[in-house]
Design a protein around this ligand. Structure first.
Ligand code: CAA
Length: 259
């Protein structure tokens, strides 16, 4: 599959998706969303891919949804235009493999919201985050009002969304918006290191752990616990569980096969 607004590279079981509209700071238009959705679908089905890194490259992650494309839309058109982003964001969030964002420079509006669909966010020390939609007379329409409070709590999310303020990487780390801050030149190496650590584990256990957390965030505690118990029991039907426990008992490293 050829893409025009993103690049997809696969190396040692890790796919890297790079947003590629540098002339507009990787602003996200409908073509980007459609290509992200196609990439997420393809990578989800590719058994050779066990982890995904999403990045915007060295200078900028994404400066938000494409304001030029949005500016003249009416309410009916905007409902239509939001669909591709919703599809892409849901596909990325629900990929049954770990997804890490590697963020340098601006991650604003839809760019910040895109990073919220990934499992883990690693920021370069030059990264800047914000949901500036309020300054455009709109609100975050890419899941920001829903995913951000679930991640950092309603109070901090409201402060960011109501003010439109941009915060630096250290502040993003302090409030739990990102998992880690590293120097800009180490960003991709760090993302790959983390991806390698994740994919060295049992793929089914990892997939079900992700599912338990994602599904659990949508439901009450008791329902989430019941789901967790079922997934826990299910893992005892896998070879990876036998291998993991046998390796522990034999004091050796497990060799997981993802089955
Ligand atoms: N949409 C379209 N074009 C964008 C863009 C965006 N979100 N962000 C930047 N660009 C374009 C600029 O128009 C400019 O293009 P031209 O050279 O043709 O004028 C180019 O990218 C470079 O940008 P700047 O000259 O503005 O660069 P800067 O370094 O001076 O400023 C910035 C950088 C602070 C990020 C500034 O570009 C900016 O404020 N961008 C918009 C940020 C924003 O409001 N994002 C939210 C968008 S709405 C949204 O995302 C809705 C949603 O919830 C889904």
């Amino acid at each position: 599959m050829t893409y025009e607004t993103i690049r997809v590279e696969i190396e040692e079981g890790i796919a890297t998706i790079t947003l590629n509209r540098p002339e507009v700071l990787n602003a996200l238009n409908s073509q980007v969303f459609n290509e992200l959705a196609a990439a997420a679908k393809n990578l989800g089905e590719d058994e050779g891919v066990r982890g995904v890194i999403l990045t915007g490259g060295e200078k900028v992650f994404a400066a938000g949804a494409d304001i030029k494309q949005m500016a003249s839309l009416n309410a009916v058109e905007v409902v239509k235009s939001i669909r591709p982003s919703r599809i892409a964001f849901n596909l990325i969030e629900n990929l049954q493999k770990p997804v890490i964002s590697a963020i340098a420079g601006y991650a604003l509006g839809g760019g910040c919201e895109l990073s919220l669909t990934t499992d883990v966010r690693i920021a370069a020390d030059n990264a800047q985050f914000g949901l500036p939609e309020i300054k455009l007379g709109i609100l975050p329409g890419g899941g920001g009002t829903q995913r951000l409070p679930r991640l950092i709590g309603a109070g901090k999310a409201k402060e960011l969304i109501f003010s439109g303020d941009i915060i630096n990487a250290e502040e993003a780390l302090r409030i739990g918006l990102v998992n880690k801050v590293v120097s800009a030149d180490q960003l991709m190496a760090e993302a790959k290191k983390m991806a390698k650590k994740f994919i060295s584990k049992g793929a089914i256990a990892l997939q079900l752990a992700k599912s338990c957390i994602n599904e659990g965030l949508q439901v009450d505690l008791e329902t989430g616990l019941q789901y967790e118990h079922k997934c826990f029991a299910l893992l005892f039907a896998t070879e990876d569980q036998k291998e993991g426990m046998q390796a522990f008992l034999e004091k050796r490293k497990p060799n997981f096969q993802g089955r």
